[in-house]
Design a protein around this ligand. Structure first.
Ligand SMILES: *Cc1c(COP(=O)(O)O)cnc(C)c1O
Length: 379
């Protein structure tokens, strides 16, 4: 129940034990095609260029940024947590002229300030945001940023590593140009490949580059030439991870996107209701709280490391500590993919409440379980 990796479905792990095939074996190519087709369904896009980069979610981020940013390009990043800053650093390494628009950690990126910044800068090539900030538990609504990008002729990049498969990601309806994710968060597969999709507009920008991008391994033109019918050798595909992604996507579609979003919503809100009823404070701004990743403030006088260690040792539950400026100030509790269950919500509340009492914090366990159970029953 940390910020990833989440638990994997047994069928996903089983898929990884299939015999290895060559990276150009017809059966393996069929699995790649299946991934492409199902990724479009899960990302709600008709983008032709939709594939999975080799590497964890960060490889998707690096592929998107390195392929879209050329030396001298103006880039604006709406930052409200750790991962937005990572995008900005990558854009700088790509040679971009980067402007950071900072918001407090726990709030969404600020569309009004971003809009003013994009206008003032003029000729912005790329506007980037993180849809679901895993460091803070806050969701940034994507549509306002897509509109700003469209009106200013910029491309919109959205990091959906923690949202895909847990909260609605609607690439085409949003009008987002570059969206990537990872396998180890709400898709509930091991870390290893990163889904990515590019709009026709973004793909044009990639193809019109004056200088080749600064990465060979994650060059999307080379990757696409392997993923599409050309099948040009580029790297030896991570065969077992492609099987895993294939099975994970099939599971998402079997459950149904709407049902899966509703499950994450119900369990996440139940956990949050329970934590508040226990007497704790949630960190992310109300109205922008992600159901898949909850940040809760560590009460005064409670030992962060002791509580997380005892949760793991005595209850077998892993949660995350704070990242960056929230280190030592919050816990991060994930309810992603297979880990998002009513049982996990109730077990975590009971275990955490008990440990907090041992630390001298008067956790109201009865109220917590009551509030969470009530919310779970509301469907
Ligand atoms: C986890 C995460 C990443 C990085 O993914 P890795 O699989 O750890 O490489 C990037 N962005 C966000 C928002 C994330 O939550």
């Amino acid at each position: 129940m940390g910020p990833g990796p989440s638990g994997a479905h047994p069928r996903v792990l089983q898929a990884m034990t299939r015999p290895l095939l060559g990276h150009l074996d017809p059966d393996f190519l069929r699995a790649m095609d299946g991934c492409r087709r199902m990724l479009r369904e899960v990302m709600l896009t008709e983008n032709e260029v939709t594939l999975a980069t080799p590497g964890t979610g960060t490889s998707g981020m690096e592929a998107a940024v390195m392929n879209l940013v050329e030396p001298g390009d103006r880039v604006v990043v709406g930052i409200c947590g750790y991962f937005g800053e990572r995008i900005a650093q990558m854009a700088e390494r790509a040679g971009g002229e980067v402007t950071r628009v900072q918001s407090p950690w726990g709030e969404p990126a600020d569309a009004a300030v971003v809009e003013a910044t994009v206008r003032a800068a003029g000729n912005v090539k790329l506007l980037a945001i993180v849809h679901a900030e895993t460091s803070t538990g806050a969701e940034t609504p994507v549509e306002p940023f897509a509109r700003i990008a469209r009106e200013s002729g910029a491309l919109l990049l959205a990091d959906c590593v923690t949202s895909l498969g847990g909260v609605p990601v609607r690439v085409d309806a949003w009008g987002a140009d570059a969206v990537y994710s990872g396998t180890q968060k709400c898709l509930s597969a091991p870390p290893g490949v990163a889904p990515i999709t590019l709009s026709p507009r973004a793909w044009d920008a990639v193809k019109r580059r004056e200088v080749p991008c600064n990465t060979w391994y994650l060059d999307l033109q080379l990757l696409e030439a392997y993923w599409d019918e050309r099948r040009v050798y580029h790297h030896t595909a991570p065969i077992s991870m492609v099987y895993a992604l294939h099975e994970a996507l099939a599971l998402v579609l079997e459950e149904g996107l709407e049902a899966r979003w509703a499950r994450h919503e119900r369990n996440g809100r139940a956990l949050q209701a329970g934590l508040e009823a226990m007497g704790l404070e949630l960190h992310a701004k109300a109205g922008y709280r992600l159901p898949v990743l909850t940040t809760v403030r560590i009460p005064e006088g409670v030992d962060d490391t002791w509580v997380r260690g005892a949760l793991l040792r005595r209850f077998g539950i892993e949660i995350g500590g704070g990242l960056g400026e929230l280190k030592g100030r919050v816990w991060r509790i994930g309810l992603m993919g297979e880990s998002s269950t009513a049982g996990n919500v109730l077990l975590l509340l009971n275990a955490l409440g008990r440990l907090l009492r041992e630390q001298g914090f008067r956790a109201d366990l009865g109220a917590a379980v009551d509030a969470a159970t009530r919310r779970l029953g509301e469907g």
